[in-house]
Design a protein around this ligand. Sequence first.
Ligand code: SF4
Ligand code: SF4
Length: 298
Amino acid sequence: MSVRRWIQVVATFLSNGYLMFPFTRNIYQGRLKSLCLPGLNCYSCPAATGACPLGSLQTFLANVRPGFDAGKFHPGFYVIGTLGLIGSLAGRMPCAWLCPFGFLQELIHKIPSRKLEIPSFLSRFKYIFLVVFVVLLPLFILDPYGYGTTWFCKHICPAGTLEAGLPMLILQPSLRDLVGILFYSKLTILFILLAAMVFIRRPFCRMICPLGAIYSLFNRASIFRMIHDPDACVKCKKCYLDCPMGVKFYEGANQPDCIRCLKCYTESCRYGAISLEFGTYRVMPDPTRKKDTLQESN
Ligand code: SF4
Ligand code: SF4
């Protein structure tokens, strides 16, 4: 198993490490829950140890108006600062290494089947989900008391249905009486996406995830970046074929959908066309792999 896989396993366990939930039959609400996790992981998952950054952002925006009215507006430094700090350091890297829902998509995609590619314009849809469901609706659709709601969590998030909705119905049978059309529509979204994961590489990350959309805005400017050397690149497209996000790295580094899994750098490219950069420090490709390639081609 690769180092990244191990880190994904550990991150998934740490994000969902409250193992007392079968006995308490409720969600963990201890002090750790005030911490914003780097990946998408539902706050209401009974095993979740921390808060989902996307849920926290929506909750902050949904409470802006009452906060203003009460003269207690605070600018949400914590959640915006956490996302900004992670994004500025590593861009979309947490999606590849720390996000439990990203990990799940990669595992399901391993099921043998014919694999499909999606048109590239579909990857822009995640910005629409971000602007509409995470920012505008929570901010402007308010109840009579001036409170907004977490629209993406309530109406779309498949991670919430999988990690929180379904387990809570098992743990608390009385909740089953409250199940209505909203739950069934979210369940449908979840099942469609689970099926799509078999055929398409990370469909939720590429087309829907607003958290990935936020991190992607930092990809070109973050301290950690990837470099493509067009002179060394032979356009063999191996990086694209191996990429869990279907990124055509040979068309340029640090594209919005690159989650910095580093597979193209460590495994795919045998022509030394990919290097890494931390600020001003450059990590060149492993020269032995390039030598292997030259020997193979002789
Ligand atoms: S694997 Fe390397 S050489 Fe091949 S297309 Fe990608 S960057 Fe270029
Ligand atoms: S382009 Fe390379 S680093 Fe980026 S997601 Fe694809 S394989 Fe991973």
